[in-house]
Design a protein around this ligand. Sequence first.
Ligand code: GLC
Length: 421
Amino acid sequence: MRIRNFLACAMASVALFSMGAQAAELRIVHGSVGKDHEMLRAHLDTFEANSGHTVKIVSMPESTTDQFGQYKLWLAAQSSDIDVYRVDVIWASQIATHFIDLAPHVADIIDQFVPAAVESQTVNGKLVALPMFLGAPALYYRKDLLDKYSESVPATWQQLTVTAKKIQDAERAAGNDKMWGFVFQGAAYEGLTCDAQEWVASFGGGRIVELDGTISINNDKAAEAIDLAASWIGTIAPEGVLSYKEEDARGVWQTGNAVFMRNWNYAYALSAGDDSAVKGKFAVSILPSGGGDNSSAATLGGWHLGVTKYSKNQDAAIALVRYLNSYDVQKDRAILTSRPPTLSAVYTDAEVMEKQPFVPLWKPVVDNALPRPSIATKRNYNEVSKEFWSAVHATLSGDGTASVNLAKLEKKLKRLKGAGW
Ligand code: GLC
């Protein structure tokens, strides 16, 4: 195997040099949950063998908010240390000026990508990043426990509140004192903006800032949604949920200590893995709604690949971005991590359908997922989101009611907006 890799590598290098190209040493900066880095390394090994380039992974903390802080420093310094950045779906407008336009370099393949994903990464006609994978969360539930207590999958958040408490209390009485009803992302960071946008939208409370730029968050329905979420802390969710990110929630869930979890797609493959205590015991549903005529809302997530203007190896970096988004790599990623791909054809690939049916099953949820107000608020999005998650976090922590905190939030957002976003 080693010898074969070596030969492939040597032959690729010969081919590369005979074309007059230089072998580059690339760096890709990439956050990680679950087994992301293991999988990325395997993909990079193949790229190295085929191209003659080498690629180092620069690891990032799990939180997208922390990643953004670090990225901003590198980009402001016009650092050439990083060639390829994996960027969150919400950042395109905020980072556009630091990235090359990928459009001319992917013109031959761009039609194969999910159009909305391409649009989300296009700023004033410039393709800032090539879409890598998408995200639309699910309600993960313990099918075995719902069956045991003759409960059905909750269609509303109010039903979830009742069912979670009933099963949690019964399981504790039966001896599992670690059991909780519901875990989610409650820390003060971007993840809470995603969760809370779902609560608010699914109660009919709008989208924080509407598409036309109107600040809509200070309304009764939004307050009702966030007050209900505040009632979960210490009753169906541990106090610690106030500092939970994705992996903390998954940790509790995957050791068998939660009835329900809100999480992204990646948690599916891991929950179904051989080392998971919930393997064979869980299923997924769309998130609940606020009842009445309201429908469920799933925040749109995803990560994409951009090449910085400051890279000294742009051609090789573009080749890497194309490779990591090629059909075979996207297919492998969909099967291994259960993440929604950005190449439309991968959803109907026979092997994906057989080995990871969650991916095709979730396509309609992905297609209808709710973007965050990053388009409307442009370069201000991060500040808007920070003010929103802070107001929600204060309410969840018992520091003021939702209506008081949303009124204060509205004032702050108006100041931020000034004459326009
Ligand atoms: C996931 C999503 C990303 C979102 C983040 C919040 O990684 O893909 O879009 O910002 O979660 O924690």
